[in-house]
Design a protein around this ligand. Structure first.
Ligand SMILES: Nc1ncnc2c1ncn2[C@@H]1O[C@H](COP(=O)(O)OP(=O)(O)OP(=O)(O)O)[C@@H](O)[C@H]1O
Ligand SMILES: [Mg+2]
Length: 331
């Protein structure tokens, strides 16, 4: 991917299969159906990787993903839910070459997942109206988002009558585009129900901990493209990189004023990026990429992002990151 600063290139003695904006995936010798996914501290907005690392961000993202896939979602969804996670924490050592074993940094950042054929779609589910959903709502008559016709009179921050599925394309480079829901339903029959159930379970749990998941993005894959159904939840799920989180108490307080709460996620970085002009840049244009890499993210933005991710993790799981790691990841 052109858009990744050279100093963030991969470091492991395995064959690098793919470098995403945040995660690096590696082949595992002897295990053709598994891959190693390592979460880095990279920070991305508007489809650009910024030239800044957020200390321990990859660790906390990895812990979120493991928490949801192994601790929380199976309790809500039982057998109706399948995910890609195969091994995490110190248990990954069984699948690694001997010289990579016992590496706590990897135990905190990496997971081994089933290597899936990824579906070329980003599944977005919204339970609340904000962001590009709000933009579509307020500029259409009757108010419509991705083909869902919604009641009049909602505001930026409103709870929707029911969670809606608003998928986008998954662009290799550049910005994803909104998809009409009927097209997505035809191409990926059954996926909408699967990801909406995951969102609703996550939202119900998060609300019980005082957090609203306003919307979220998920990815799915299948064991083979011939598997018509059988969507498996892949990649990250319900993290502050992939979701909009709000504080429940603030949302309830602001409801009377018909106002949206302060975003509690990566929005602080997006706000800085917007003020700097990054949202107008195009990831497929080399000069734009070089210009973005010269922009210095202020330390205060990095510190606030890091503090936010840690605070949400604690609120959601009841554990600090080191407590979670000691209990579930380190031998
Ligand atoms: N189980 C899996 N099998 C195969 N590929 C996977 C699996 N889980 C995740 N991936 C892929 O690994 C990569 C992870 O990289 P990363 O999370 O940085 O994503 P990205 O696509 O660059 O960015 P973003 O998620 O922000 O759109 C993605 O390309 C994702 O589709
Ligand atoms: Mg991803």
């Amino acid at each position: 991917m052109a858009n990744i600063p050279a100093r963030l290139k991969a470091f492991l003695p395995l064959k690098l299969l793919n470098q995403g904006k945040v995660r690096d995936t590696y082949e595992l010798p002897g295990y053709p159906n598994l891959i190693l996914v390592v979460a880095s501290d990279r920070l991305s907005i508007f489809d650009f990787v910024l030239n800044t690392l957020v200390p321990a961000k990859g660790e906390v993202l990895n812990a979120f993903n493991i928490f949801w896939k192994t601790q929380c979602l199976p309790r809500f969804l039982g057998d109706t839910f399948s995910h890609d996670l195969f091994a995490h924490g110190a248990a990954i050592d069984k699948f690694l070459p001997a010289e990579m074993c016992g590496n706590e940094e990897l135990h905190k950042r990496a997971v081994i997942v089933q290597k899936l054929h990824m579906d070329s779609i980003e599944h977005i589910v919204r339970g609340y109206l904000t962001g590009s959903g709000w933009d579509a709502y307020r500029t259409t008559t009757p108010p419509t988002i991705c083909g869902h016709v919604l009641p009049e009179g909602l505001y930026d921050g409103s709870e929707l009558p029911y969670p809606i599925y608003t998928p986008t394309t998954k662009a290799a480079v550049g910005h994803d585009e909104h998809m009409d829901v009927t097209v997505a339903r035809r191409q990926f029959p059954g996926a909408e129900g699967c990801v909406t159930r995951i969102y609703s379970a996550g939202q119900e749990y998060a609300r019980s901990r005082g957090i609203i998941v306003a919307d979220t993005k998920m990815e799915t894959g299948r064991r083979s493209p011939q598997h018509v159904n059988g969507f498996i939840l892949a990649d990250e799920v319900l993290t502050p990189d992939s979701s909009r989180f709000w504080d429940l108490e603030e949302w309830e307080r602001l409801r009377a004023e018909r106002k949206s709460p302060t975003p509690w996620d990566k929005q602080v970085v997006r706000n800085w990026g917007k003020a700097a002009g990054i949202h107008r840049c195009r990831p497929q244009i080399e000069e734009d990429v070089e210009w973005v890499h010269k922009q210095v993210v202020p330390e205060s933005v990095v510190a606030e992002t890091s503090a936010t991710y840690f605070a949400i993790f604690k609120r959601l799981t009841g554990l600090t990151l080191p407590e979670f790691q000691n209990r579930f990841l380190l031998a």
